[in-house]
Design a protein around this ligand. Structure first.
Ligand code: AMP
Length: 192
């Protein structure tokens, strides 16, 4: 099995390009944000716990997302691998992922980072808010908290994966969605 991580700041286009990458390489796209939003919509206990944190733009506890990821690895069959989107988001989660995979005799194959300039992040999130109606996209303070969280907790993973020789980056600004998708697919092709 292949284990790819789709990495990047909020609004970079991970969700926009994940489908094409997953389809081309027969991967299951696992977005922890999307799985958490589904739990909230279904009114589960997990969803109730996650709701206020997500709506504040804060991270949910590591063990919650690690549990979601592990149970997906346990149950999903019929694919050649996984495309993780939104996980790991902290060094602790990156280390937990290594442990979860090591138990299975597996490892992270590559990190595919989609990068856009900082000043474009807010613009992208505001644009998405109009289309998708996500509660955590609508409020300026919440967006600010997510950007801060990304810089403080998530960005250190770049050095973590560079050190492991697994980090690959596509700069996806400027350009149309199609041009940037082609760039992301070419990057994934180059690391096969
Ligand atoms: P996303 O759809 O990736 O932007 O995620 C939306 C929200 O879900 C985040 O702002 C967090 O509150 C939560 N979330 C998603 N993935 C994680 C994760 N790996 N660790 C902690 N919280 C997460």
């Amino acid at each position: 099995m292949k284990y790819y991580i789709l990495f990047g700041p909020p609004g970079a286009g991970k969700g926009t390009h994940a489908g094409a990458v997953a389809e081309k390489y027969n991967l299951k796209h696992l977005s922890t944000g999307e799985l958490l939003r589904n739990e909230i919509a279904a009114g589960t206990e997990l969803g109730k716990k996650a709701k206020s944190l997500i709506e504040a733009g804060s991270l949910v506890p590591d063990e919650v997302v690690e549990g979601i990821i592990e149970s997906a690895f346990d149950t999903i069959r019929g694919v050649d691998g996984f495309l993780l989107d939104g996980f790991p988001r902290t060094i602790a989660q990156g280390e937990a992922l290594d442990r979860i995979l090591a138990k299975r005799g597996e490892k992270v194959d590559a990190v595919i980072a989609i990068m856009i300039p900082d000043e474009i992040v807010k613009e992208r999130i505001a644009g998405r808010a109009k289309v998708e109606g996500r509660a955590d996209d609508a409020n300026e303070e919440v967006i600010q908290n997510r950007i801060r969280t990304y810089h403080e907790l998530t960005e250190p993973l770049i050095a973590f994966y560079k050190e492991a020789g697994k980090y690959h980056e596509a700069v996806c600004y400027p350009g149309t969605i199609e041009e940037n998708r082609a760039k992301v697919l070419a990057l994934v092709d180059s690391i096969q």
